[in-house]
Design a binder for this molecule. Structure first.
Ligand code: C2O
Ligand code: CU
Ligand code: CU
Length: 465
């Protein structure tokens, strides 16, 4: 099967029909395991503060029948429980590190002050607890969390540490969208993994994995190979996270059936956008709605048009169909409406043999690369002169994509973003603003979200003053 490539944002891809993967079928039976839904993390109220207890821990996970694989997880053996909060909540998350090594936990997409952001400076040595405090100021979004340990992020995520973090707000509650978690509002964490013959996870082996980013031959959805989910013949919402270390997907239904994207990384889209396939880079999220009312009694596959691999089998119940009614508009994004940029910064992504950096520098924990003023709009221009696409991520903000090579952003990236895929030889302009402080002891990061690139130095730090 020929690997389909993409060189330009929005370029039309000749998509191949999805093929099932013969090998995993042999080993596992074809799409027989029920899609697990990550549990919602419990919380208790403490002086009006929604308090969560997370444990980063080791575990064993049965990816292959009868074979136990050593993994990491958060409150579970692989992946993590889903944190769910509402706009306006005061939140405290206590992270107890029960691993044998130092870690951190970063809330990717959250507008939290630098001290609570969980970046590489907020280390949690083995056996200790770190508490992040924050007030949820931003709008409804599906964000996520993962370790951000200096030079160890890729490995710790690969071992399994990652979870969803859902933010609700009154506006989203009032929208006529499916909302029953795990039933018609289904989270999908998509990842790939590579294993040794004995079933243990095989992380980075050398320079090639660093330069290309670590990809694996096995696909997981919510931590399971080839899962199946049963749905009613009605509108189903999927909250999708690309939690892979490096792989970029072009998600689609087998047969090219149309669906609607309703949200991107950090907000709803202004209106639902009809798509037949959707590129999702590592770190990015998308919420989509699929109207299954025409498919009662049928079986569909959701998969990756990039290489034709099926990821999820969807069995539509043979019950009475309820056609979906999509809201015409979803949100008005006002954050950047009358914004005037007070400053401009340029970020050049460097990738050459043996050197991954930004602005000719490699990540240095002791160097602050940029100093940004709080509540001040800025234009950041990210230039990727390299032949590989890099997803550029910024901590502490939801940003707006202004342009790609001078042209307007793609129609499904008009909401707030925190990660943008910068295609080879492309220049992307974004507008950012930060409403929290990040001191030099706990700065924010900007980096490539291919985790092996990040770990190898394609990252910088900035304070917000
Ligand atoms: Cu998802 Cu700095 O990370
Ligand atoms: Cu982040
Ligand atoms: Cu990169």
């Amino acid at each position: 099967m020929k690997r389909r490539n993409f060189l330009k944002a929005g370029s039309l891809l000749a998509l191949s029909p999805l093929l099932s993967h013969a090998k995993t079928e042999e080993r596992f039976g074809s799409f027989t395991q029920v899609l697990p839904i990550p549990k919602l993390a419990a919380h208790h109220m403490q002086n009006g503060i929604k308090t969560f207890e997370l444990h980063t821990r080791e575990g064993e996970t049965e990816f292959f029948k009868g074979v136990m694989t050593d993994t990491y997880g958060v409150n579970t053996s692989f992946l993590g429980e889903t944190i769910r909060v509402s706009q306006g909540d005061k939140v405290q998350i206590n992270v107890k590190n029960a691993l044998d090594e130092t870690t951190t936990l970063h809330w990717h997409g959250l507008e939290a002050p630098g001290v609570s952001d969980g970046g590489p400076h907020s280390t949690i040595p083995a056996g200790t607890t770190w508490s992040a405090k924050m007030e949820i100021v931003q709008d409804a979004a599906t964000i996520w969390y993962h370790p951000h340990t200096h030079r160890q992020t890729g490995r710790q995520v690969f071992m399994g540490m990652a979870g969803l973090f859902i933010i609700d707000d009154k506006h989203a509650d009032a929208l006529a969208l499916p909302k029953e978690y795990g039933v018609d509002d289904i989270p999908l964490v998509i990842q790939d993994r590579r294993f040794y013959a004995d079933g243990q996870l095989m992380y980075k082996q050398g320079m090639h994995d660093t330069m290309m980013g670590l990809t694996g031959n096995i696909r997981l959805v919510n931590g399971v190979i080839d899962p199946v989910v049963e749905v009613e013949p009605k509108a189903i919402r999927f909250r999708i996270l690309n939690g892979s270390n490096a792989r970029i997907y072009n998600l689609m239904f087998d047969g090219g059936y149309a669906f609607h994207q309703i949200a991107g990384d950090s907000s709803f889209l202004p209106t639902p956008v009809k798509l037949q396939h959707m590129v999702l880079a590592t770190g990015e999220r998308a919420e989509i709605m699929m109207d299954f009312s025409a498919y009662a009694g049928k079986t569909l596959y959701f998969g990756d048009g990039m290489d034709g691999r099926r990821l999820l089998k969807i069995v539509v119940k043979n019950s009475k169909p309820v056609p979906a009614i999509l809201p015409e508009t979803l949100i008005e994004i006002t954050k950047y409406q009358h914004a005037k940029a007070a400053n401009k910064r340029a970020f050049r992504l460097n990738m050459s043999m043996g050197f991954l950096g930004i602005n000719e520098k490699q990540m240095d924990m002791n160097r602050i690369d940029e100093v940004v003023k709080k509540d001040t709009f800025e234009i950041w221009e990210i230039w990727n002169p390299s032949p590989r696409p890099h997803p550029f991520h910024v901590h502490g903000t939801g940003f707006k994509i202004l342009s790609r090579d001078g042209k307007p952003p793609l129609i499904n990236e008009t909401g707030l973003k925190d990660t943008v895929l910068v295609y080879p030889r492309e220049k992307v302009q974004i507008m950012v603003v930060f409403r929290h402080l990040a001191p030099k002891e706990r700065p924010y990061m900007y980096h490539c979200h291919i985790l092996e690139h990040e770990d190898a130095g394609m990252m910088g730090q900035f304070t917000v003053v």
